[in-house]
Design a protein around this ligand. Structure first.
Ligand code: ADP
Ligand code: MG
Length: 296
């Protein structure tokens, strides 16, 4: 029997980046005779009671065998799993990836290289920041340092701070949110590597460069070029994806001292359009092959 799938994207976000991803997955599937329907997360309702565990679809569709989850609606991903749908990436992987603190904890416990990091203690702000905390953090991490919110993307919630005063101000600004303090890796200023992992291999990679900002993100003004990763870079990226339990992921590596590599981020929901345009490799084809294999 032919397996049927959904690709689920965020029905509420502006722009067509998310729909574009869904369409790339659908096209790759259709080329391999795999039927995939594009669904919006907000047209699926998770219904639960003592006797009911269901997903109600606005379009009254039957549940699929699997779902490619292009969204971060973790509860929906989990509900799909609870009703027996195989979800790629899993709700757990998406949840870890979405939270940079959880990501670094998984990477550290897997003994993978990450920048030295301190998780900001969860405190209720009382109008004054504790000085000793800040002094200790500066002693451990040194200046300049990075402050990074646990939830963020496109480099928008990542800050480079040069003084105690600037850190203090930022802590006040973002108090109430989860964030971390992190060693700044100067060798990687405006530069990083993006390796696209699918299963146990790297299918394409690019180097990103930004002359005007410490962040290499393309949305922050970075430019991309195709990159051929070394075996050890590929091994590190695959290990990083596996540390967060992702079936596929875009792994960002920083360039460390002595030309070492340090894991910066593991994106369970990496966009693949830029990668296709830059390298000519369509990661969607590999993702579909991976899913076909996993379902067989
Ligand atoms: N510790 C660090 N040292 C140097 N540069 C960093 C560090 N952390 C992040 N960056 C830069 O900032 C960019 C964005 O950080 P990242 O953690 O990937 O957040 P986002 O999810 O917003 O992309 C990275 O691509 C990298 O160029
Ligand atoms: Mg990033």
């Amino acid at each position: 029997m032919n397996k049927k799938g959904w690709v689920i994207y965020n029905g509420n976000l502006a722009g067509n980046k998310f729909l574009d991803y869904a369409e790339m997955i659908q096209a790759a599937a259709s080329a391999k005779n795999l039927e995939i329907t594009i669904m919006k997360n907000n047209e699926l309702l998770s219904l639960l009671s003592k006797d009911i565990l269901e997903i109600v679809s606005f379009a009254e569709r039957e549940l699929p065998d699997f779902a490619v989850f292009a969204d971060k609606d973790i509860y929906l991903a989990k509900q799909l799993e609870l009703v027996g749908v195989k979800v790629f990436n899993s709700a757990e992987a998406i949840e870890i990836s979405d939270d940079k603190i959880a990501t670094y904890q998984h990477l550290a416990v897997s003994r993978l290289p990450i920048p030295r990091t301190i998780i900001a203690p969860k405190v209720f702000y009382s109008g004054q920041l504790e000085e000793t905390l800040l002094d200790k953090v500066i002693r451990e991490i040194r200046l300049p340092m990075i402050i990074k919110e646990a939830y963020g993307s496109f480099g928008e919630q990542v800050y480079l701070l040069h003084s105690k005063e600037a850190i203090h101000k930022k802590m006040e600004e973002i108090q109430g949110k989860a964030y971390l303090f992190q060693e700044f890796v100067p060798e990687s200023y405006g530069r990083d590597l993006r390796l696209q992992v699918v299963g146990s291999k790297v299918v394409a990679a690019m180097e990103r460069n930004n002359r005007n900002d410490f962040r290499a993100n393309v949305t922050a003004g970075g430019s991309m070029s195709s990159y051929t990763p070394s075996q050890s870079e590929s091994d590190l990226a695959v290990a990083a994806a596996s540390a967060i339990k992702a079936d596929f992921a875009g792994v960002d590596l920083l360039i460390g001292p002595d030309n070492t590599r340090i894991v910066c981020e593991v994106n369970s929901n990496a966009h693949i359009r830029n990668l296709l345009e830059c390298t000519g490799v369509n990661a969607a084809d590999y993702i579909i092959d991976y899913i076909l294999e996993a379902l067989s």
